[in-house]
Design a protein around this ligand. Structure first.
Ligand SMILES: Nc1nc2c(ncn2[C@@H]2O[C@H](COP(=O)(O)O)[C@@H](O)[C@H]2O)c(=O)[nH]1
Ligand SMILES: [Mn+2]
Ligand SMILES: [Mn+2]
Length: 279
C-alpha cells in the first residue's frame, strides 16, 4: 500500500503481503500492475490452450479478450465442461472465445455416434454417459462464445474457430491429413483477423522432440499464409510447442498451458493487436 503526505510517498505493508501469489492475482487482474496497460487503440488478447481440467493454479493476466484453443477437458465429460464453464465465469475478461480440441469427445457428434456402436473399451467413463447427457453439451458453455467452424466479430476483430486436427490415435475431431482437413480449412472465410485452431500449422511451434517430428498440418499452413492471412493464429495441441513465432505478417501463438507431462505450468500468452480501423 502507499500513502501521500507532504508530497512524499510512503509505502505501508500491503494487505496481501504474506501471500504473494494472491497478491499477484489481485493486482494483475484488477490493476494490470505487472504488464503495462495496452497502448491506446489496441485490444489485449490473453491466449490459453490445453488446460485439460487443470485450471486451479493458473495465474491469469490482465486483458480484454480470452482465447482458449481447445482441450479444456480430458474427455469432454459434462462434469468437466461445467467446471470449465464455472472457471470462465470467474474471469474478468470482457469476452471469452473457446473452441474444442480432440479431448472434447462429446462435442464431436460423429465421433460419439461411432463410439456408441463400439464397446467403449477405450473410454470407460464416456461409456457411462447417456446420449441425453451429452446431446446438448455445447449449451453448458454459458460463459463464453463457442466456435465450431464458425466466426464471431468482437471489438471489430473477426475471429474464426475450428477444432479439427490431423488423425492421431483416433480422438475427437480427428481427420486424415490431406483433402479431408483441407475441406475444413476451405470453410475459413477470407477477411479473418484471428484464426483459432486446436493444432499448429506446419513449421510453427509444431515440433515433437520425443519423436523428432514436425506434426503441423501442411494444408493449414498453406491456407494461413497463402489465402486467409490472419494477423494472429492462436492454437495449442502440441504441448511441447508452447511459445510464439512470426512469419513477418501473421503471429503464431501456441498457448498450451499444460506441458507434455500435463502439468499446467506454461503461463497464458498475452498479445496486443491494433483495433481494426472501422471499429
Ligand atoms: N506425433 C504426434 N504427437 C501428437 C500429435 N498430437 C498430439 N501429440 C502428442 O500428444 C501430446 C498431447 O496431446 P493431447 O491432444 O493428447 O493433449 C502432444 O503434446 C504431443 O506430444 C500428433 O498429431 N502427432
Ligand atoms: Mn492437449
Ligand atoms: Mn489435443
Amino acid at each position: 500500500m502507499s500513502a501521500m503526505a507532504h508530497g512524499k510517498v510512503t509505502i505501508t505493508v500491503d494487505e496481501y503481503s504474506s501471500n504473494p501469489t494472491q497478491a499477484f492475482t489481485h493486482y494483475n487482474i484488477n490493476q494490470s500492475r505487472f504488464q503495462p496497460p495496452h497502448p491506446a487503440g489496441h485490444t489485449r488478447f490473453v491466449c490459453v490452450s490445453d488446460t485439460h481440467s487443470r485450471t486451479d493454479g493458473i495465474q491469469m493476466p490482465y486483458g480484454d479478450v480470452l482465447l482458449h484453443t481447445g482441450d479444456f477437458t480430458e474427455l469432454g465429460l459434462p462434469s468437466e465442461v461445467k467446471k470449465f464453464n464455472d472457471w470462465l465465469g470467474g474471469l474478468p475478461y470482457e469476452f471469452k472465445v473457446v473452441i474444442a480440441g480432440n479431448h472434447e469427445l462429446t462435442f464431436d457428434k460423429d465421433f460419439m455416434a461411432e463410439l456408441v456402436k463400439q464397446d467403449y473399451y477405450r473410454f470407460p467413463s464416456v461409456s457411462k454417459l447417456k446420449p441425453e447427457d451429452f446431446d446438448n453439451v455445447q449449451s453448458l458453455l454459458t460463459n463464453c462464445v463457442y466456435l465450431q467452424d464458425s466466426d464471431v466479430t468482437i471489438k471489430g476483430f473477426r475471429i474464426y474457430g475450428t477444432p479439427w486436427t490431423p488423425w492421431f490415435n483416433g480422438w475427437g475431431f480427428n481427420l486424415p491429413r490431406g483433402q479431408s482437413l483441407l475441406d475444413k480449412w476451405n470453410l475459413i472465410p477470407e477477411g479473418i483477423d484471428i484464426l483459432m485452431t486446436h493444432g499448429p500449422p506446419l513449421g510453427f511451434r509444431d515440433w515433437v522432440p520425443k519423436e523428432l517430428q514436425r506434426v503441423g498440418c501442411v494444408e493449414l499452413l498453406n491456407t494461413v499464409q497463402k489465402r486467409v492471412r490472419p494477423k494472429l493464429h492462436a492454437f495449442g495441441g502440441i504441448h511441447e510447442g508452447y511459445g510464439i513465432m512470426t512469419d513477418g505478417y501473421t503471429t503464431f501463438i501456441n498457448a498450451s498451458t499444460c506441458t507434455v507431462s500435463f502439468q499446467p505450468t506454461n503461463p497464458p500468452i498475452v498479445f496486443d493487436l491494433p483495433n481494426p480501423s472501422s471499429s
